[in-house]
Design a protein around this ligand. Structure first.
Ligand code: E4P
Length: 229
């Protein structure tokens, strides 16, 4: 299973690469807009610093225009995967773009049924929007399980991506459902590792440790065997 970083921030990509959490990157128009930079230049920079797939979304809704924009984005770098919407326009465009060998990620899926024609076609990725569904009080867990079942049932090479992840349970449930990729935002990872229970137990253990006299602690603490005696 791969972890992609859901961001268009160069700084975040650099720091999460150090943690080994950047097998790829997903951008979208909102994420690029947030950076306030020239988006095409930003995308080129991201594609150059990431070895894995970097997705870039079309900003068109009409099939012919989706095709033209996708062709342009695909020329930015070899590792670009073009994001197209899970709509009928996206479906028309997907057929033409697949014939040209352009790698595709079908985005904005909020029901498994939406993914079926794309999975049958064998697009590279379908992304299920877990958090958005949850926010609408709909069943995000079955979305992921059902989509994975569709992929297996149709014996398709399409990879299942969990996107729009908001809570720790979203990620754990998605992994349990058999996703191939989770795209995770920097804010999500920060939230996971700032769990207050973890922080307080860690602090408690270290405080207890300090109760032991220093001369007794020394051998255990020291990484220099001579100093430890
Ligand atoms: C996925 O590729 C998307 O960029 C992403 O997860 C967006 O979801 P959100 O806007 O609900 O965070």
């Amino acid at each position: 299973m791969d972890f992609f970083l859901d961001t268009a921030s160069i700084e975040s990509i650099k720091s999460f690469q150090d943690f080994g959490l950047v097998d790829g990157v997903t951008t979208n128009p909102a994420l690029l807009a947030q950076e306030g930079q020239e988006p095409l230049r930003q995308l080129k920079e991201i594609a150059a610093m990431v070895a894995g797939p970097v997705s870039a979304q079309v900003v068109e809704t009409d099939p012919e225009r989706i095709i033209k924009h996708a062709q342009k984005l695909a020329r930015v770098a070899d590792n670009i995967v073009v994001k197209i919407p899970a709509s009928t326009a996206g479906l028309l465009a997907a057929q033409a773009l697949r014939a040209e060998g352009i790698k595709l990620l079908v985005t904005l899926n909020v029901h498994a049924v939406q993914t079926i024609p794309f999975i049958r076609m064998g697009v590279d990725y379908v992304a299920v929007f877990v958090g958005r569904l949850d926010a609408a009080k709909l069943d995000s867990t079955s979305l992921t399980w059902d989509t994975r079942r569709v992929i297996d049932q149709l014996n398709s090479p399409t990879k299942l991506m969990a996107a729009s992840l908001r809570t720790p349970d979203h990620l754990t449930n998605a992994v349990a459902a058999g996703i191939h990729v989770a795209t995770v935002s920097p804010a999500f990872w920060n939230q996971v590792f700032a769990n207050p229970i973890f922080t307080s137990v860690e602090r408690e253990f270290l405080q207890s440790w300090q109760q032991l006299p220093q001369e007794l602690r020394r051998g255990y603490e020291s990484w220099d065997d001579e100093e430890a005696g």
